[in-house]
Design a protein around this ligand. Structure first.
Ligand code: GRF
Length: 194
């Protein structure tokens, strides 16, 4: 891992595939004076990702990288990250799994937000599984991306109660609101310790 020095803002890229509500909250945070990051690039595999509207609104460079050939796509992304001097990647609803090769070739940290209390409920359909298993608590977690899915070091988490009448949709929406607070907070905590 490369040490990041001084008070220079960290060039950051956010990867999305869909709605981009976490991207929106990261953009808002990056515009704050106290922010440790400068959000300079948004990458998506999905040309229809609704979240692209947030990067456009804020004049942040956005790039669509089709994933029909993963090896080629990742090679292209690594090149773009290097050209833009990106020193932090935040995955925010990016629906592609980064290969081990990508993770070892990108020499800087990659963060992810996951809608469960990791290490429980890795992978997809978390809310559905939480409800089916009658969990009393769930939440969201920001963690470092490692070669094992949803298993890297946990930076921060938020624990939330599951109510008796919760559906996967009510749970998803409630957790998402907390994700929007947690992600910038975790980025800040993580970057101030670099
Ligand atoms: C969030 O629930 C996030 O935890 C998960 O994917 C969802 C993305 O939502 N990884 P959005 O695109 O940021 O609105």
């Amino acid at each position: 891992m490369v040490k990041l020095i001084g008070k220079i803002k960290i060039n950051t890229a956010v990867f999305i595939s869909g709605k981009g509500s976490n991207l929106k909250s990261l953009i808002k945070y990056s515009k704050e004076k106290k922010s440790e990051i400068k959000l300079v690039l948004v990458i998506t595999n999905n040309k229809k990702a609704a979240g692209l509207k947030y990067s456009k609104q804020s004049n942040i460079k956005s790039l669509i990288v089709p994933y029909s050939n993963k090896k080629f796509a990742e090679k292209k992304i690594l090149k773009i990250l290097s050209q833009n001097k990106i020193k932090l990647v935040c995955l925010a609803g990016f629906m592609k799994i980064l290969s081990n090769k990508f993770i070892s070739n990108f020499k800087y940290p990659i963060l992810n937000i996951h809608p469960s209390l990791l290490p429980k409920y890795k992978g997809l359909n978390t809310h559905e599984r939480v409800i089916r298993n009658k969990e009393k608590y769930t939440g969201c977690t920001v963690h470092l991306v490692s070669k094992k899915l949803d298993s890297g070091r946990i930076i921060m988490f938020k624990k939330l109660k599951v109510y008796k009448n919760d559906t996967k949709l009510t749970l998803k929406n409630r957790i998402l609101k907390h994700e929007h607070l947690l992600y910038p907070e975790a980025v800040s905590k993580f970057c101030s310790n670099l």
